[in-house]
Design a binder for this molecule. Structure first.
Ligand SMILES: *Cc1c(COP(=O)(O)O)cnc(C)c1O
Length: 358
């Protein structure tokens, strides 16, 4: 950095996207494998014709479609350039310099980045021994300075999900001056009873974040949404970068909502593959937490980096996280097979330091 920019930027880690290189199998970014449906591609192509015009900054048609689909009034919905930008807007809308943002760790890599970029202070609460949120410890971490709490459910990268009862107890324990963001990026893969939107009634401090990037398959188009009390939605609007949800994104999202039965049906196949991968990895001796998302997690601790490197050399890109673990996205069956062939090989099992217990 130079003296022209903030000195503290030097200490903020850059967001690390999943690796990609030609020819490799990419199981590193929790994407879906199929292209957008033909009807969605056609809608995007049609929107290109008016790309000389600014998009609708209020995402009117998309918000109408979401309101109908979710059964909530339109004043309760905001859109964003991916839900990661809604995470950033939430920090900006709630925090002054030095205010605190509480979240579990390990969790979504963007939380510490958006927190620190806004001048707020991340308060990271370690996961439980079985890689889920320690909700009691998160309540205990709330101070006078806490303005925002992120709860990633299911948790990226560990996959663990919270049940409705424990979430409800948690929300009741958080002071209502603190905003709680329920980040449900993987909601469509979660077969538990926890649907954040049903918890919003009577809780004006809670906001649910969802995205079209994961199950809806539009990661490259950048659109997500927030559902909350209108006062919070208005606040998000104040910090929103104008026109950051493009016309192509709005159009693609509407077309994908219309095709949701077909798109969401695919999640059943992903879940079946996820369980197949997990069973096979467990049989090879790995510890694999139950996942409610489109990935599995191997808590390999200090072997994580070596495992990630060896997997890349075997032609499968996965995502290592420091000395915590490795996340593997569920891809197509042949891609998952390529990963399993690598991961269950005797040499890999030795590198990973796991041993068959059964
Ligand atoms: C992928 C992801 C998001 C959002 O992704 P966008 O592409 O920005 O919508 C948000 N939260 C978590 C936990 C994610 O894994």
């Amino acid at each position: 950095m130079t003296t022209r920019t903030r000195a503290d930027l030097d200490s903020i880690p850059a967001y690390v996207p999943g690796k990609n290189f030609p020819g490799a199998i990419k199981l590193a970014s929790n994407e879906t494998t199929p292209s957008p449906l033909p009807g969605v591609q056609e809608a995007i192509a049609a929107a290109v014709i008016t790309a000389n015009r600014y998009p609708d900054n209020g995402s009117t048609a998309l918000i109408d479609a979401l309101a109908q689909h979710l059964g909530v009034p339109r004043e309760h919905i905001a859109t964003g350039c991916g839900s990661v930008s809604l995470c950033q807007e939430l920090v900006q809308a709630t925090c002054h310099d030095g205010d605190e943002v509480v979240f579990a760790w390990r969790s979504f890599e963007a939380y510490p980045v958006v927190t620190r970029v806004a001048g707020a202070v991340p308060v990271q609460v370690p996961l439980t021994a079985n890689y889920g949120h320690d909700l009691d410890a998160m309540v205990a971490a709330i101070t006078e300075r806490t303005r925002l709490v992120f709860v990633c459910n299911p948790n990226n990268p560990t996959g663990r999900s919270l049940g409705r009862d424990e979430l409800e107890r948690f929300l009741d324990a958080v002071p209502d001056r603190v905003v709680v963001a329920l980040d449900e990026a993987y909601f469509e893969y979660n077969r538990s009873d926890a649907d954040g939107i049903t918890l919003l009634e009577g809780r004006p401090n809670v906001v649910v974040l969802r995205t079209f990037s994961k199950a809806y398959g539009l990661a490259g188009i950048r659109v997500g949404y927030a559902v909350a009390d209108p006062a919070l939605i208005t606040a998000l609007g104040k910090v929103h970068i104008p026109f950051s949800v493009s016309a192509l994104a709005q159009t693609a999202a509407i077309a994908s909502l219309e095709a949701r039965d077909e798109l969401l049906h695919r999640t059943d196949g992903v879940i079946a593959e996820r369980e197949r991968m997990r069973d096979s990895l467990i049989a090879a001796g790995y510890d694999v937490p139950q996942s409610a998302a489109n990935f599995v997690y191997l808590p390999l601790e200090d072997r994580s980096a070596a495992f990630g490197m060896a997997s890349a050399e075997a032609g499968v890109l996965v995502r290592p996280y420091g000395e915590d673990g490795v996340r593997i996205t569920v891809g197509d069956p042949h891609e998952n097979d390529a990963f399993l062939t690598f991961a269950t090989d005797a040499e890999t099992v030795a590198v990973a330091g796991v041993r068959r217990t059964a």
